[in-house]
Design a protein around this ligand. Structure first.
Ligand code: AMP
Ligand code: TRP
Length: 345
């Protein structure tokens, strides 16, 4: 893992990976390929990784309390079923480590209103009636910066949609370091790589696959059974052309490209390898192959999630233990931040 591209001296910081997912609904194939699978793949590279169920981010829009509890446990089960090992990685929920909220307050005072109002996710989620959106929804990226920087995390694996928030995290770190004349917070690198950094809707190749899409046919949920997965792939929107013989041939074909990307990510192949194997195939042939692959990879995950969620006590114990380990890293970094800012201790 390298220094930041703009030459900021990050070598003073031990490499550490942090990422978070909101427990605000079911998990999709997009979350799996864009996030969970990559978290599992990266945990054996000798770098400490910290993964968080960001329940405080979830409540920036209304969450039913019982549903929030259930979804937090289900998300934890999703991490573990996807291969994230709670012994190797630190796995916990945000609200159990108060340092996130404490550092977020400091960052609320570093970040500027204009930065927040420019965020695409704020504009999308707040909609036209911004006066009625929660203040938390506007401040969301400052809490996200705190999640990352309270661990001095240097690398953050996410999907494409989070890139802007990570740029803001860098801006906050740079402004804090400048304002206080320190080199205290690292300039975090986003890690956005692989064939599936942006998995698209199965109904519309111009929209990202999302748990909030009204059509359930637009997404594959990690809890879908084999028949449902196969049916959704069979009915996925495509064009009438056969698959091209080069990856460039997919450029103007978003739906075809999406299915090829999904195949590549699930099979751990490059897009070029998938094209080499399937060039000239009609979707009548390619879709069943993709459905078989998806069922083979996803069914064990959904079975394991069911097993794990049957014992909430076990999941809660994992989160509690993870929170203690997380706090061991976060507490001294927050204490030092307070000292830099001038809080009497
Ligand atoms: P969210 O469910 O929006 O909180 O996202 C959790 C993680 O999954 C983030 O790293 C996202 O970038 C990633 N993610 C969500 N949807 C997709 C998608 N359709 N394609 C790729 N990554 C995604
Ligand atoms: N904003 C992210 C999302 O919506 C979730 C998130 C919160 C996150 N804090 C984070 C991701 C810190 C990476 C690092 O997907």
């Amino acid at each position: 893992m390298s220094d930041t591209s703009d030459g900021q001296p990050n070598s003073a910081f031990t490499p550490r990976v942090f990422s978070g997912i909101q427990p605000s609904g079911g998990l999709t194939l997009g979350n799996y390929l864009g996030a969970l699978k990559r978290f599992a793949d990266s945990q054996d590279q000798g770098v400490q990784s910290v993964y968080c169920m960001v329940d405080m981010h979830a409540i920036t829009v209304w969450q039913d309390p019982d549903a929030l509890r259930r979804q937090t446990r289900e998300l934890t089960a999703g991490f573990i079923a996807s291969g994230v090992d709670p012994e190797k990685s630190i796995l916990f929920n945000q609200s159990q480590v108060a340092e996130h909220a404490q550092l977020a307050w400091i960052f609320n005072c570093v970040a500027r209103m204009g930065w927040m109002q420019r965020m695409t996710q704020w504009k999308d989620k707040a909609g036209k009636n911004t006066q009625n959106a929660s203040l938390g929804l506007l401040a969301y990226p400052a809490l996200m910066a705190a999640d990352i920087l309270v661990y001095h995390a240097t690398h953050v694996p996410v999907g494409e949609d989070q890139k802007q928030h990570l740029e803001l995290t860098r801006d906050i770190a740079i402004k804090f370091n400048n304002d206080y004349g320190v080199n205290f917070f690292p300039i975090t690198e986003p890690v956005i790589e692989g064939a599936a950094t942006r998995v698209m809707s199965l109904r519309d190749g111009s929209r990202k696959m999302s748990k909030s899409d009204p059509s359930d046919m637009s997404r594959i949920n990690l809890t879908d059974d084999a028949d449902t997965i196969a049916q959704k792939i069979r009915k996925a929107r495509t064009d009438p052309e056969p698959l091209p013989d080069t990856a460039e041939g997919l450029a103007e074909r978003p739906e075809a490209r999406n299915l090829v990307n999904i195949y590549a990510a699930l099979a751990n192949l490059t897009v070029d390898q998938v094209i080499a194997d399937h060039a000239g195939q009609q979707f009548g042939t390619f879709k069943p192959a993709l459905a078989d692959l998806a069922v083979a990879k996803l069914e064990p995950i959904s079975t394991e999630m069911k097993r794990l969620t049957a014992d909430p006590g076990e999941i809660d114990a994992i989160l509690r233990r993870g929170s203690e380990r997380a706090r061991e890293i976060a507490a001294p970094i927050l204490a030092k931040t307070y000292e830099i800012v001038g809080m009497v201790r």
